[in-house]
Design a protein around this ligand. Structure first.
Ligand code: MG
Length: 487
């Protein structure tokens, strides 16, 4: 009997030990699976870049009649940045700044002779530059550029030669390639651009390129915004199992304005409002696709613009809200952009009023992807993660405002000094060299109305020191924009 009891107890113990080991093995497998999942899930990045969108053109940034519910929701769930800047006040240098994390003067992508690249430009972004796409490829990201490129239209300069695995878009601005007969008939560039009657596809012979091949000319601009959004959703869905970086650079609301049949007439702001609302609709579809694929908690989406609104386009251009002037200037309206960061579960929602720049995305994304920064060149890029994820102070405490290769203004903390000013893109007026410089407190006076230079000579003196130091170490790259015309 005793023997049976011992055998029974020993069997019980064996069964319990067996169950315990199975349990432990299960726990081990669960934990290791969890940790490998954490390890193998880097953050995806999407930059949605508008063209010539004003600081005041989204309802969450104060526009009274343009309705942008998806961007507003993105701002409510994420962070709305009120002091975020483009790297330049016009297209080409601004895009070079964003993708390289460097002031465009360093890469030769800003010039005093040509403000941007044109269909007859000879060059583009030099191959020696390291783009954000090339940087993220070091961490095995798959990369797409969808939309306007404007960093060189020749094959050697197109996105596929700069670290992108896929490209669909127009190689330069949507107002280029206008037949000369149209200008003659309408009486010049701004007459064409400021009148919606001229917004006909055939008036703008801009090509649409997929990868390295022209697939359509003129590009059908009526449905181009929706097409870019559709392609972005498609790319998300087909790359959901690996880390991706999508640079979606809409070519609107740069004039000429186009909207699809579904979007036309929907906004009480008129055609410009229709265009913004269609961009907003696409933002909604992209966020929805991320949710459907379970990627919303693992993706950082940034929305911003390349420069301020075109004032010369009159009613067909946007609004910088309370900021002064627009595109092409180093006034706040030229370079401060309505910016939103969205990454549910990672970013604490709120309003960030500290400084940031599109150039900072290079440093921030590199750090998040675990890629070290290049050490053989000067970067103008600061890590935004303390502001995004820890509610701490950021590292950026100054900003240089260039026009071409000339430094026009500087911001340090609350204060901004202008050394030179000039008018809006397409209007220009006289270049004014200011001595003493103009000084504004941007937190008290975001509209740059009240010059306080006389009251604060000590601030100007400190700023000048910073400028002198900056200029002493500045090495301008060879001008890539200057060469144009028949080769
Ligand atoms: Mg632009």
């Amino acid at each position: 009997m005793k023997k049976y009891i011992i055998a029974f107890i020993s069997t019980k113990i064996k069964v319990m030990l067996c169950m315990l080991s199975t349990l432990l093995l299960g726990l081990f497998l669960f934990l290791s699976c969890q940790s490998s999942q954490t390890k193998t899930k880097p953050t995806n990045f999407i930059i949605i870049f508008a063209d010539d969108l004003g600081y005041g053109d989204l309802s969450s940034f104060g526009h009274p009649t343009i309705k942008t519910p998806h961007l507003d929701r993105m701002a409510a769930e994420g962070q709305k940045w009120t002091n975020f800047y483009a790297g330049a006040s016009v297209c080409t240098p601004s895009r070079a700044a964003l993708l390289t994390g460097r002031l465009p003067i360093r890469s030769g992508m800003s010039s005093n002779k040509q403000r941007v690249l044109f269909p007859d430009s000879h060059h583009g972004l030099p191959s020696e530059e390291i783009t954000l796409a090339e940087q993220l490829k070091k961490a095995n990201y798959t990369t797409a550029c969808i939309g306007k490129w404007h960093l060189g239209h020749k094959k050697e300069y197109l996105p596929l030669q700069h670290g992108f695995d896929y490209y669909l878009g127009i190689p330069y601005s949507n107002d280029m390639d206008v037949p000369q007969t149209v200008y003659k008939e309408k009486g010049g560039y701004w007459n064409v651009m400021s009148d919606p009657k001229n917004y006909l596809i055939e008036n703008f012979q801009v090509p649409l390129i997929e990868n390295n091949t022209e697939i359509e000319r003129p590009a059908n601009q009526n449905n181009i915004t929706q097409r870019y959004a559709d392609q972005t959703v498609k790319f998300i869905k087909s790359n959901k199992d690996r880390p991706f970086f999508i640079y979606l650079a809409h070519n609107l609301p740069h004039v000429p304005l186009f909207a699809s049949k579904e979007a036309l007439g929907k906004s009480s702001r008129g055609l410009y409002g229709d265009v913004i609302q269609e961009i907003d609709k696409g933002v909604g579809e992209i966020l929805q696709a991320l949710k459907e694929e379970g990627l919303d908690k693992n993706t950082l989406v940034v929305f911003t613009s390349d420069n301020g609104p075109s004032i010369a386009a009159k009613e067909q251009g946007g609004s910088a809200g309370m900021l002064k002037a627009g595109k092409g200037t180093t006034w706040e309206g030229g370079m401060r952009e309505p910016t939103i960061f969205w990454s549910p579960s990672k970013i604490a929602p709120g309003i960030v009023d500290q400084m940031g720049s599109t150039m900072d995305l290079f440093h921030t994304f590199s750090k998040m992807a675990g890629v070290s920064l290049p050490e053989d060149r000067i970067l103008d890029s600061y890590d935004l993660s303390p502001l995004l994820f820890k509610n701490q102070k950021g590292d950026r405490d100054h900003l240089f405002y260039y026009r071409g290769t000339e430094l026009y203004a500087i911001r340090t903390g609350d204060f901004k000094a202008h050394y030179i000013t000039q008018g809006n893109y397409g209007i220009y007026g006289e270049k004014e060299i200011l001595n003493p410089p103009l000084l504004y407190n941007l937190n008290h006076d975001p509209s740059e109305k009240y010059n306080i230079a006389k009251k604060h000579p000590e601030i100007l003196k400190e700023m000048k020191k910073l400028v002198t130091e900056h200029q002493k170490n500045m090495l301008a790259g060879e001008d890539q924009l200057e060469a144009r015309g028949v080769e």
